[in-house]
Write a protein that binds this ligand. Structure first.
Ligand code: ACO
Length: 322
């Protein structure tokens, strides 16, 4: 017994920023961004808070699963940074949906939802939960240097949510870390007000060596697909749907090329949202689930890489209602 996905939801900021919009204040173009990444536009927080989005996506997933807030036994939020250091985003969601379940945030960058699924799996296996709510929410726009064209064009804001229920569904999962604190780095705001701080203040903005991340990503995605399929005892060709992290369409194509998988099996929405870090996979899942793409028993493979450097894959059978 493990878990299946009983419901999904998502919530995105209203503001749409196109590549052309960025070109009004950056030395860039729609042609450069689209051909290098597959991104046309992204959503950016303006008046909304990340809490607002996280709560809305959680409510939509609960409604989809027909689960009440007080029936949830575990709340996990995958985020690199919520609106407040404390309470955690997960506690804010718990308050809004009327839950007293254990609630905590988890930071595994873009792989956050897969890490959260595997943590939930351990709760299910230990008999500590029957129903889990996973919420991913990222305010990437607040973490970027908007004068750095090599990074700020790549990301977007948003939130997605999944309700997991104990039962047959998950076939296998793998997680790993290839620790590297240089290729993607985002300093913290620590020490700002301390009179004892001797380290000065670092700018809160992302530094990324895009080429190194690209190489890691292609290698890690391929490795995780092979590992998770081996654990489940199936061939990559037997997977019905691939849901890869949406960082760059060229990374997705290059990682999957060697498996000779038909393009129609590889789900993408990067053109609309850019890289939403932990949120990419949950929004992708919600969009395709609501379109009725998945049939009972279909095998879905989620695969992601992220800052840390983290990576992972989860393979499961689609069975929406128990
Ligand atoms: N517009 C126009 N030109 C640009 C832009 C831009 N937005 N950004 C960079 N350039 C220029 C560069 O300055 C460089 O110019 P130069 O040749 O005169 O020096 C040129 O374009 C080529 O740049 P490259 O870095 O070689 O471009 P590349 O084809 O490697 O694509 C990219 C860059 C898109 C960043 C790619 O390396 C990539 O996708 N890497 C992975 C990024 C990623 O997945 N990050 C996710 C991290 S997960 C997380 O952070 C949570």
């Amino acid at each position: 017994m493990s878990f299946y996905i009983a419901g999904t939801g998502s919530a995105l900021p209203e503001k749409i920023v196109s590549n052309e919009d960025l070109a009004t204040f950056l030395d860039t173009s729609d042609e450069w961004i689209f051909t290098r990444t597959g991104i046309r536009r992204r959503r950016v927080l303006t008046g909304e808070t990340l809490n607002d989005l996280a709560i809305l996506s959680a409510r939509r997933a609960l409604e989809d699963a027909r689960v009440a807030g007080n029936e949830v036994d575990l709340i996990l939020c995958a985020t690199m940074r919520g609106d407040t250091v404390t309470p955690s985003l997960a506690c804010s969601v718990a308050e809004a949906i009327g839950s007293h379940a254990p609630a905590f945030d988890l930071n595994a960058a873009c792989v956050g939802v897969l890490y959260a699924m595997e943590v939930a799996d351990s709760f299910f296996a230990a008999g500590k939960a029957e129903t889990a709510l996973i919420v991913s929410a990222e305010a990437m726009s607040k973490l970027l240097n908007w004068e750095d064209r090599s990074t700020c064009v790549l990301f977007g804001d948003g939130s997605g949510a999944l309700v997991l229920k104990k039962g047959a569904g998950r076939l296998a999962g793998v997680l790993s870390t290839d620790p590297d604190s240089h290729v993607i780095r985002m300093p913290n705001i620590e020490g700002m007000n301390s009179p004892y701080n001797q380290n000065g203040q670092q700018p809160l903005a992302m530094h990324m060596d895009g080429g190194e991340v690209y190489k890691f990503a292609v290698n890690a995605m391929g490795r995780n697909i092979e590992q998770v399929c081996r654990l489940a005892g199936i061939a990559p060709a037997e997977v019905d749907w691939y849901l890869p992290h949406q960082a760059n369409i060229r990374i997705i194509d290059a990682s999957l090329r060697k498996f000779k998988i038909g393009k129609e099996k590889v789900l993408v929405n990067i053109s609309e949202y850019g890289n939403m870090s932990a949120t990419s996979i949950s929004v992708l899942l919600d969009e395709y689930a609501r379109r009725g793409t998945f049939k009972e028993g279909d095998k879905l493979l989620f695969v992601a890489f992220g800052a840390g450097l983290t990576s992972g894959a989860v393979l499961l059978e689609w069975k929406k209602q128990g």
